[in-house]
Design a protein around this ligand. Sequence first.
Ligand code: SF4
Length: 365
Amino acid sequence: MEILEKAKILSHSGKYDSCGPKMCEVKVNSGLGGIYYAKAEHKTCRLFKTLMTNSCSFDCKYCENSTSCKNKQKASYEPKELAKVFNHLHKNLAVEGLFLTSGIGSNPDKTTESMIEAVKILRNKYKFYGYVHFKVLPGTSYDLIKQASFISTRMSINLEAPNKGVLSELSSCKEYKTDILRRQAWLSRFNLSGGQTTQMMVTKHSTDKDVLKMTDWEYTNFKLKRVYYSAFRPVEGTPLENDKPEPMSRQNHLYNADFLLKQYNFKLKEFENVFENGMLPKEDPKLAIAKANFDRAIDINEADYEELIRIPGIGPKTANNILQFVQNKGKITKYEELNNLGTFVDRAKPFIEVDGKRQKMLVEF
Ligand code: SF4
């Protein structure tokens, strides 16, 4: 098979791995897909996302690479071929990073050895010192994962499901604890400048509460940089091809809730009062949590940081602006002052008192 043909097949197959909440495919005239604008570390850059091989000996029911998917043209890169394709894209199409994932092939170690070889060629022969996201395959041995950590910026292994029971609905080959969680524990020991991330599929088998519980556990125990969520989409030829897709709004609400856990340090128990049958409400989770949990209006001049960031319309930066203003200049007495400090005043009004006054009542919501 021609190298361009392989590149088309393998970059197409890489689309199911998430490299950001808002990844967006770049249209280029290379004849290939697989180039995305995605957040890599602190900036948005062009990533080439590809599989090393789309052959897989596992049977994940949702996946077009699995043994259970009927209609699939198979392809695999030689390490030097992948390095050559990436080098061409880097030099000619301003691609700044590589997101390298793969099917398992005949076994995870053999495929991982090829992936490591490809990245080594990129680093040593083509002198590419930029961003490499290296996907760990379930069951890969410790020594190979460690070797990959020396040449990668960021690494990840997909959880796919929030617990063992849900994973067993989707795949009979992956063992949740040993194949995945143990590998995450190893990754958390390595010194990766981009840290580790993971991805969970959002399916009918799990509630939002299941997903957020696992997310919280992952952030606490493995210090993950990000958890990515991908709403289930049926793939033609797989055993789940006739299942309904999960709504994208569900994925978006999970990202909003994740933001509260990770960036605002909300505690999981704060969500308890807003779950309905284990699902997040249809509105913004921060607003729902404030409506459910606030039992009084917050005096904006007396509030500490933790109270301020729980008020709708106030984020971490604005909370700090308010605290500094009160400390240095005295009381806030007008909504206009709050507005100038970055508050979305209309959202905040029902939850706050300014100079002893309240304009909207909580019950008006
Ligand atoms: S291990 Fe990965 S590539 Fe293989 S079938 Fe499962 S999800 Fe697909």
